[in-house]
Design a protein around this ligand. Structure first.
Ligand code: XMP
Length: 531
């Protein structure tokens, strides 16, 4: 196993993720753990992380002496390189000014870490690496026993190595994807240099997570707000695996969910997993509050507020206990690692909305409940993998994201039950056909080839003909986008045949809709949702 010592970098979890991708078990601990802890941990290798934006105090942070006494390979990253240099007898020039950016690093000599790794070669035969680098502080004198491993014009010692001891250090960040060969470097460090066993699989994570949940919860009881989304579903399945009936899930149906969503969630969790799930049908209450409201932000606020009210009322009942239950003391949330970074860093308006909706911000304090967040260290794709390993159906785990306010923001203007019912049916047809239509070149379905696809209800009527008669019915817009981060998105070039099939089915099968359009706007300047 690998020990990652965290000096307070925002991207330390990314190091752990890369190590897990190499199927090696690792743990992150603060840089000031005791020597005894490190000896007892007995790592095959140690990685020293970077640190957050340079402040003078950071320069005092050091790796415990035991790291150097263990006789195992050590990889220093960014600040980790500087502390390695200082602790082993080199010198560092500190600077208050730090810049992040791309750099092209030249590799020197042949080192075990960089063997066979380069992005391109220079005509003189040097290996070059495209990396994400933080300039500023830099190592100016190599510690005894070290040789130069990499350099840039502005950072003459951008990498150093003492191969006899298995010590390597780089000024750039191999854990971020901008460093193209970073994953390969970390993999080489853990497998070739530290010779850790690549035997870690998601199943092991389940066992560890289950043990941790049992330890944290003991014989107390837990409430979880189940939305049907990936994160809360995986959290529910994991916690249920750990503590069974000590968990109660609360599923609030606001009447703005996709077709049969409530049924699916209940079948999966109550039916298949035999979890305790309370299904609260609050659709009348939500629709009542939304009557006459057409401003998008106002609608979002109302849905968010009602959601918290309904959930709080259920949680209060569960907290009180009774009927063989002593009362819940924990609130579980499907917070995942990107949420943790987001709430620590810059918050966008959306991020706050998303949070306050799905993860019901502030509720644990209001309800006097302790927090249980078993997915906090995982990235989205790892959460999905975990979900599949827990036995959740891949269709559920690999679903497109669905906004908390649901169809409330996909019915333009005032929300009415009639509109929601029409939209649900049209959208189900669109999604069915996307799943069924395979792309010839890749063999993948168009559902998997798009990042998010849905139908929008336009409360306008247009004229049509059906048989001999004239119709005067509603319009829907189909939306399908491809994106990696949802900040920018391209509209998907769906095959005409697919669009034709979808529009034909919607118009024929959903009485009340007589026109289907396809949205060909990219983000920016359009957004993915219409409201
Ligand atoms: P936009 O429309 O801003 O959407 O391009 C980007 C992503 O965010 C989702 N989204 C929301 N999710 N509550 C949510 O939980 C919201 O109020 C909300 N608004 C947009 C949207 O579905 C897309 O994935």
């Amino acid at each position: 196993k690998i020990l990652i010592l965290d000096f307070g970098s925002q991207v330390t979890q990314l190091i752990a993720r890369r190590v897990r991708e190499a199927h090696v078990y690792c743990e992150i601990h603060p840089n000031d753990v005791s020597d005894d802890f490190i000896r007892a941990f007995a790592p095959k290798g140690v990685i020293l992380s970077g640190s957050h934006a340079s402040t003078y105090e950071d320069h005092q942070l050091r790796a415990p002496q035991a790291v150097w006494d263990l006789g195992v390979p050590v990889l220093g990253i960014c600040y980790g390189m500087q502390t390695m240099a200082v602790q082993l007898g080199g010198a560092v020039q500190w600077s208050d000014h730090r810049e992040f950016g791309y750099a092209e690093v030249r590799a020197h000599g042949h080192t075990k870490l960089l063997e066979g790794i380069q992005d391109f070669g220079t005509p003189e035969g040097h290996g070059m690496l495209k990396v994400w680098m933080s300039h500023g502080d830099k190592v100016t004198t190599l510690p005894p026993g070290f040789k130069l491993m990499a350099s840039t014009p502005s950072c003459p010692i951008a990498g150093m190595a003492d191969e006899a001891r298995g010590y390597y250090a780089v000024q750039f960040h191999p854990e971020v994807t901008h460093t193209l060969q970073g994953k390969a470097m970390l993999e080489r460090f853990v497998l070739q240099v530290a010779k850790a066993q690549p035997d870690w699989v998601m199943r092991d994570h389940i066992a560890e997570a289950v043990a941790k949940i049992r330890e944290q919860v003991g014989d107390e009881e837990v409430i979880l707000g189940l939305s049907g989304g990936v994160d809360s579903s995986v959290a529910a399945a994991l916690i249920h695996r750990a503590i069974g009936d000590q968990l109660t899930c609360v599923f609030v149906d606001h009447g703005l969910l996709r077709l049969d969503e409530g049924k699916m969630v209940m079948e999966m969790f109550a039916g298949k997993l035999h979890a305790r799930v309370i299904h609260v049908d609050a659709s009348a209450q939500f629709l009542g509050q939304l009557a006459g409201v057409s401003d998008p932000e106002q609608k979002r606020k109302i849905i968010g507020r009602e959601f918290v009210e309904v959930f709080k009322a259920e949680a209060a009942k569960l907290k009180a206990g009774g009927a063989g239950h002593k009362g819940a003391t924990f609130l579980a949330q499907g917070t995942i690692y990107p949420d943790v970074i987001e709430s620590g860093g810059a918050k966008t308006k959306k991020a706050v909305t998303i949070k306050s909706h799905h993860n019901v911000g502030g509720l644990p304090e209001q309800l006097g409940l302790k927090l249980l967040e078993p997915l906090r260290d995982l990235f989205k794709d790892e959460v999905r993998e975990l979900g599949v390993a827990l036995g959740l159906p891949p269709e559920m785990v690999y679903r497109h994201p669905f906004p908390g306010p649901g169809l409330g923001v996909r019915i333009l203007g005032e929300v009415k039950k009639e509109y929601a019912d029409l939209l649900r049916r049209a959208d189900a047809i669109f999604i069915d056909e996307l799943r069924a239509w395979k792309d010839e070149a890749t063999g993948k379905s168009w559902y998997d080839l798009t990042s998010q696809a849905f139908t929008v209800f336009l409360p306008v009527k247009s004229v049509g003909v059906m048989g001999d008669g004239r119709t005067y019915d509603y319009v829907v817009a189909l939306r399908a986008v491809q994106t990696s981060d949802f900040m920018t998105a391209d509209w998907a070039e769906l095959p005409y045949g697919l669009l034709k099939k979808v529009s034909g089915r919607i118009i024929n099968e959903v009485r009340g809709i007589n026109r289907v359009t396809y949205d060909v706007s990219s983000k920016p300047p359009a957004t993915i949702e219409w409201e």
